[in-house]
Structures are given as C-alpha cells and as structure tokens.
Design a protein around this ligand. Structure first.
Ligand SMILES: *Cc1c(COP(=O)(O)O)cnc(C)c1O
Length: 373
C-alpha cells in the first residue's frame, strides 16, 4: 500500500474518478507529471519573488499574445486582482484603502446574463455592480447608458451555458474604449481550445483570466492573468507577496514554475490528437448507451458549451428509471465515487473525458449502468 493510500485510509477519504471535467470540487485536473517534477525541484530554490513574477509575466504575455501577464491564485484570485487593478491602479494609498472604495471609481458594469457566483471576487475588492440587460439579452444602448464618472471597468464572462444573446465582446470593447474604460474578462474554463488564449485579446479585452488548474492541467491553485501592461503592473502591485489585498491570494514559487511549464507544454501540444483521444473515450460511452430506450445519447463538441468532445446522455419522456440528479447522486456512493455532472440542462448527464484515463472509462460506464437501474 502506498503512503497516500495509507493516509487516505486512515482519514477515511475515498479515491474516486472525475468524469465532471475540471470541476474544482472533485479535485480540478490531474497534474501533468512534468509539472510535478519541476515543482519538486523548485521547492528548495530560494529567490526574489518579484524577479520571478515579472519574468513569468513576460512569458505569459508571449504565450497569450498579450502585452504582459501574472500568475494568480486561481482564476478567482485573478478576478480579485482585476478589480484591484481597475479600481485602485498602482496607487499605494488607494491600494491600502481597499476594499473601502470611497472616493475611487468603483463601478463595474456587467450584463445581467453574465452574473455568476465568482463575481463576488470583484465585490471583495469593493466594486459595485451596475447591471444591464434583462438576464438574457442586452442592447447596446443599455451599455451606453450605464457609464458614469465612477465607472472602473466593464466585466465580461465566457463560460459554457451562458446566454448567446449577450452583447459580443468586440462591441463591448469598442463601446467601452470610446469612453476610455477597460474591459475585464473571465474566461476561466475556456481552455482548450488553445486559440482562446489569445482570442479575447484580439477582440480588445484589457485583462483576461484563465485557470491554470483546469484544461491546462497545471497546479490546481493557479490562474493566468494576461493583458495590457499598465493594468498587469497594477495587478502585480496589489498582489502577493506585496502587503495589499491580493496578499490573501498568495501564489508559491513552485506553483509559478509549475504553471509556466504546464502552459508551455499545453501550447506546444497537438490539439487535434488530444481532441481525437477525448472523442474516442466519449464515443465509448455513447456506444454503451445508444441502444437504451428512453435515452438520447450523443457525442457533443461545439466550441462554446461543449469545448471538448463530451458524451451527452439525455433522459427523454420515455425513460422510466431514476432521473439525472438521482443517477448523479448514486454514482458518488460506494467505495469508489464517480463524479459526473449536468452543467447545461437538468435532464442530462455529461461524461467529460478530460480526467478519465482509458482504463477508467469502462469503470465509469459500469457505474452509470448500475446507477440507472
Ligand atoms: C472555474 C471558474 C472560476 C474559478 O477558477 P479557479 O481557477 O478555480 O479559481 C471563475 N470563473 C469561472 C467562469 C469559472 O469557470
């Protein structure tokens, strides 16, 4: 028995399989082996964190097509720093005053359809939301009417399942930039495809956050902030190890070299081959259930809601067994929990192959079958 198995047994913690993509609740992603290796080596090397952070930022800039970058504590920590940067800039007096934003431009405009649980990280820096649109659609005039002399930024979210009727990022950037206002983007879970590393910058975004521990398979606690030089400098000023609000979202030296290694290797990988592998694993699940009455089973891959090939199982009107939420619950029971979810619609379960090895697929299929009876 390995040391880890012994520890988990003593703690009573079960080892599972995650077919729920890169969901943080189930462990995020499996770390790339080469990342583990370099993190161990980095763990005993002492250095100047400012020097490391600035060099890391330059490399992130090069790999994302942005002017500069910064490693953050997850995307959530990156959202906090986006808000610090647009509200307080790199003015130490203002930075020390946060999250009290009295006397500062503290309004962040956001489309109602793009409100999301993580936007609390913006409020943690003292931002006040100015919401626009009806929760689904938003018109340009509504954005135009929302600017005031206290506007700090416009926030924009990319995430599977969000409204396709929102204003486009291109237009939001044009309208905001005409008024000298920056646009801050949360694209935490939008990788792969790799083109999304630079896509939002090309559309005009000023700051973009991507998670390091999701599709890139770097350290689970990291995020990649990229964007305009002066805003990255402001984020850097507010960030750990400096003693301002961002100090609560510390990033360790091992994590910085870990995410740089992961990002470098991610960018240089053959995406077609990776997608083919995901397709094959998903197709295996599709084939296992395609003849089952009451189920609509399909391989999905559409670059907005299903960014990588997934197997979608929809429970239709003819289905007589337990419904999707019950199946999801049952799969978590037993000695080896299997995590699977339904982010897009309630009558569906989605098999996401990102963190499922070839030899784990059959175990997942077996447990889906058992949980449906
Ligand atoms: C996952 C996610 C986050 C948080 O990312 P972490 O890297 O886990 O902190 C923020 N926003 C969105 C849209 C996400 O999907």
């Amino acid at each position: 028995m390995s040391k880890l198995d012994e520890l988990y047994e003593r703690l009573g913690v079960r080892k599972g399989i995650s077919a729920a993509g890169s969901t943080t609740m189930y462990g995020g992603s499996k770390l790339r082996p080469e990342v583990t290796e370099i993190m161990i080596e980095a763990s005993t090397v002492m250095l100047d964190m400012d020097e490391l952070n600035k060099a890391a930022g330059q490399m992130i800039g090069e790999l994302t097509g942005a002017e500069s970058g910064l490693v953050t504590s997850g995307s959530a920590g990156g959202l906090l720093l986006q808000a610090c940067a647009v509200i307080a800039g790199d003015d130490p007096k203002k930075m020390a005053q946060l999250p009290d934003t009295e006397g500062m431009n503290n309004e962040i405009i956001i489309q109602r359809s793009q409100r999301f649980p993580y936007d609390q990280c913006y409020r943690a820096a003292g931002a006040k939301f100015v919401e626009i649109g009806d929760g689904k659609r938003c018109h340009e005039w509504q954005l135009e009417a929302a600017f005031s002399d206290k506007t700090a930024a416009v926030a924009y979210l990319f995430s599977p399942g969000t409204s396709k009727l929102a204003l486009s990022l291109d237009r939001v950037c044009q309208i905001a930039h005409e008024r000298g206002v920056p646009v801050i983007v949360d694209a935490a879970s939008m990788l792969p495809p790799r083109e999304n590393l630079s896509k939002y910058h090309k559309m005009g975004a000023d700051l973009v956050i991507h998670s390091g521990g999701k599709g890139i398979r770097g350290p689970q606690g990291t995020g990649l902030l990229s964007g305009k030089k002066h805003l990255i400098e402001a984020a850097f000023a507010n960030a750990s190890p400096h003693q301002f609000l961002g100090r609560s979202a510390k990033v360790a030296k091992e994590e910085i070299v870990g995410i740089l290694t992961a990002l470098h290797n991610f960018v240089n990988e053959d995406e077609t081959a990776e997608m083919e592998k995901f397709k094959q694993r998903s197709q295996k699940v599709v084939d296992a259930f395609s003849e089952t009455p009451g189920l609509d089973v399909e391989l999905k891959f559409d670059k907005s809601d299903y960014l990588t090939p997934n197997a979608s199982i929809i429970f239709n009107e003819e289905w007589e067994g337990p419904l999707a939420p019950e199946v999801i619950q049952r799969m978590r029971e037993g000695d080896q929990p299997i995590f699977i979810s339904n982010l897009i619609r309630p009558d569906e379960i989605i098999f996401d192959p990102l963190n499922v090895d070839d030899n784990e697929v059959d175990t997942v299929i077996k447990k889906i079958r058992e949980s449906m009876n």
